[in-house]
Design a protein around this ligand. Structure first.
Ligand SMILES: Cc1cc2nc3c(=O)[nH]c(=O)nc-3n(C[C@H](O)[C@H](O)[C@H](O)COP(=O)(O)OP(=O)(O)OC[C@H]3O[C@@H](n4cnc5c(N)ncnc54)[C@H](O)[C@@H]3O)c2cc1C
Length: 419
């Protein structure tokens, strides 16, 4: 097969993973991003978790009730800003309809397969190009402060076992034995053995260096402003500086993808889900295994000698501004689980914010749209974009090469809400 010319829009983890696998298939790849090489898009400040444990999509039973309960608490981890916006109302309705047990039952095996395949890709990348990004395969705890929550997590463990995912319920004592230097105030938790973690900015640097080494051209400060199509074929994409023609085009522009897709008359229901992270370069103590503080919905990830805390899902439009109350919510939750932390440990630390691309059914969009023969999309990964980055890139590279995707992703079609 002769290599095709491919233009990818977006240099986040999705765009660069697609570039990596497309270049390996012998294609000539160009990546366009409106940011600069120093920008820290959503793929940099996230919590670095690779999560076979996350086989339940965001649209799951209980989430609507939780959103309503937390709506009026400014420090809560989940918030939907009510506003009269047709896209938001339509997204909310689709989310409501998807949040049922049958949807979870249908999606769980696919999310398991994608996350496990992606974890394998990360390990292969570290073996081939060096583990400069601190990939560790230590699993992940979900820590619980209440018996009620532990019972809920035990049900997830049961479901995980049915799916063949290794997981177990542990008492507070058993968790303490695995983290002997860390004092925790919990009733117990669960442990997912196959989860991994890494330092996202270092992974992105390694990925960027590798794609550039094999000849991928990355054009920064190149915001996409329009398209030229001829019937069912896209001929070129226009940026603020230049027009790019290619055989194939791939849209991986994260939460901004629907705006770009709209110019091609494509509907891609999505809302930005803002989250925050706080990195402590010298934490008073550093757990060696990542953890989710379940009631607080905060993730805690050791990254080298540092420790990152991240959380909050704020559906409040395309706005990256930092809401101090939500950040305070994250900081306040930490000493409740780790009593040796105090609010003082967070003083002077600059929080980071990122916009997760959230589809209404909690499942990514991966694949071609039927409207165009030379166009594919990879976005909508919400809380799992880092984790699913490499496998999405691999699947998209297979699709643009005319191969059958190695995992059946028909249900992830970008056309599933209409063309
Ligand atoms: C607090 C927090 C914690 C998280 N933790 C985890 C985790 O532990 N594990 C996990 O798997 N996921 C996690 N995520 C989610 C993950 O970070 C995202 O799903 C992922 O980074 C999305 O990657 P992306 O490539 O789709 O988008 P982005 O990283 O946002 O990249 C999109 C790129 O498109 C570019 N772009 C936009 N518009 C245009 C345009 N018009 N022209 C050209 N370029 C354009 C942007 O500049 C950007 O660089 C977390 C997210 C947050 C906020």
């Amino acid at each position: 097969m002769h290599g095709k010319s491919i233009v990818i829009i977006g240099a986040g983890v999705l765009g660069l993973s697609t570039a990596y696998y497309a270049a390996r298939q012998g294609h000539h790849v160009t990546v366009l991003d409106r940011g600069t090489a120093d920008d820290l898009n959503c793929s940099y400040g996230n919590c670095g978790l690779i999560v076979p444990s996350h086989f339940i999509p965001l649209a799951a039973p209980g989430m609507v009730r939780l959103a309503l309960k937390w709506m009026f608490n400014p420090e809560s981890p989940f918030y939907l800003k009510p506003r009269l916006d047709a896209d938001l109302l339509s997204w909310g309705w689709k989310f409501f309809r998807a949040a049922n047990p049958e949807h979870v039952r249908r999606c769980a095996p696919l999310l398991r397969d994608l996350n496990i395949a992606s974890a394998k890709c990360f390990k292969e990348f570290a073996r081939s190009h060096g583990n400069s990004f601190e990939l560790e395969t230590k699993g992940c705890f979900c820590l619980c402060k209440t018996e009620h929550r532990l019972e809920d997590e035990a049900k997830v463990v049961q479901h995980a076992k049915e799916l063949g995912i290794e997981a177990g319920v542990l008492s507070a004592k058993e968790i303490a034995a695995r983290e002997p230097r860390i004092r925790m105030d919990i009733v117990g938790g669960v442990y997912f053995k196959d989860d991994c973690h890494l330092t996202p900015a270092k992974f992105m640097a390694a990925l960027k260096a590798e794609v550039q080494r094999v000849g991928v051209a990355i054009h920064w400060s190149s915001e996409v402003t329009g398209w030229k199509a001829n019937g069912s074929r896209i001929e070129s994409v226009q940026t603020v500086n230049q027009q790019f023609t290619a055989d194939e085009f791939v849209l991986c522009a994260g939460t901004w993808s629907p705006v770009i897709a709209r110019d091609l008359s494509l509907k891609l229901p999505m809302q930005p889900g803002k989250g925050y992270s706080i990195m402590l370069p010298e934490p008073p103590m550093r757990p060696s295994i990542p953890a989710i503080l379940t009631e607080a919905r905060v993730a805690v990830t050791p990254m080298g000698n540092s420790l990152r805390f991240g959380g909050t899902m704020e559906i409040a439009g395309l706005n990256e501004g930092i809401n101090p109350a939500r950040v305070r919510g994250i900081m306040k939750s930490v000493p409740k689980y780790y009593p040796d932390f105090t609010r003082k440990d967070f003083e002077g630390v600059q929080p980071w914010s990122g916009l997760r691309p959230c589809s209404p059914d909690g499942m990514p969009y991966i694949g071609r749209t039927s409207r165009y023969t030379n166009f594919a999309i990879g976005t909508g990964h919400a809380m799992m974009g880092l984790s699913l980055g490499p496998i999405t890139g691999k699947l998209l590279a297979e699709i643009i090469s005319g191969q059958k995707p190695s995992i059946n992703i028909e249900s992830l079609s970008p056309d599933r809400y209409g063309k």
